[in-house]
Design a protein around this ligand. Sequence first.
Ligand SMILES: Nc1ncnc2c1ncn2[C@@H]1O[C@H](COP(=O)(O)OP(=O)(O)OP(=O)(O)O)[C@@H](O)[C@H]1O
Length: 307
Amino acid sequence: MSPWVIETERLTRRFGSKTALDDLSLRVARGGVHAIVGANGAGKSTLFRILLGFMQPDAGSASVLGLPADRLRAQDRGRIGFVNEEHHLPGWMPVRELVALQHQQYAARWREAPLNQVLSFFQVLPQQRVGELSRGERAGLSLGLALAQGPELLLLDEPTLGLDVVAKRAFLDALMQVGLEQGCTIIYCSHLMDEIERLAEQLIVIERGRLRYQCEPEALCQRVRLWQVEFPFQTPSLRDLPGLLSHQPLGGLTELLLLDQSEEQVRAQLQQRGAARMASMGVSLDRAINGLLAQCHAGTALHTEWA
Ligand SMILES: Nc1ncnc2c1ncn2[C@@H]1O[C@H](COP(=O)(O)OP(=O)(O)OP(=O)(O)O)[C@@H](O)[C@H]1O
């Protein structure tokens, strides 16, 4: 059995002049929750579409559960659960009928218990029509159906988009309680840092269709430091500062986020630029990821890469 739940090799997908995935080589080990983060348009949904066999790459290859993604059979697809923010479900159908239909389709692996657990979590009733459900309840139903498939891999593409804080918490609680109990690998794509912070055991950062970082959240936090610096005269240009992720004024100070720099190097660099006083501190995961994404948006070159 392949140790990788997902493996892509130089995966490339273009849309006209846009390159959504650019030579993306990625390996995801089985088990746990892996969060994919990236700026808007980084290629996350395109990657999911290819992994699910909904779209073909222009070059490179992708395999899921050790099988080529472009040749998944119906029974292989049944091993992969998918939930996205749209929760495409037939509105006219009563929940009971939809559940029966899915049960029929995934009979071999069907697990009623996680579905019932999620439905009671969201207080969804069997006789309700899907179209009458609130957005949060539909999200719960989508998750419940995906879990009932008994998936080995669960792909979640911004599943809590548009949910209020209570529904979001209920969704994540259900996911953690039920999804992880089932032992499936969860790949979670989100822009919401509180969710990433709560769920992710591994982080995958994609920038413009390329893999930039794959590491544990704590490892990323250790690599990013926040500096508060006082420039008594004019603030110099900081664009060429090694490891710079972002900078912004804060009162009379300048705040800098720097990646992979030693204290001594930074102090020397800042003193050269006229800094009078400076202090450095650790950052939360939220801040570290936001710094990386800000840098991705700015399109500045990385001084270090690890992927
Ligand atoms: N069907 C399509 N036709 C044309 N361009 C597309 C299509 N699908 C995606 N793209 C382009 O490919 C790039 C990657 O899109 P994708 O949806 O994969 O990004 P994403 O990381 O999921 O973004 P977001 O976080 O905003 O959802 C974008 O520039 C997008 O405009």
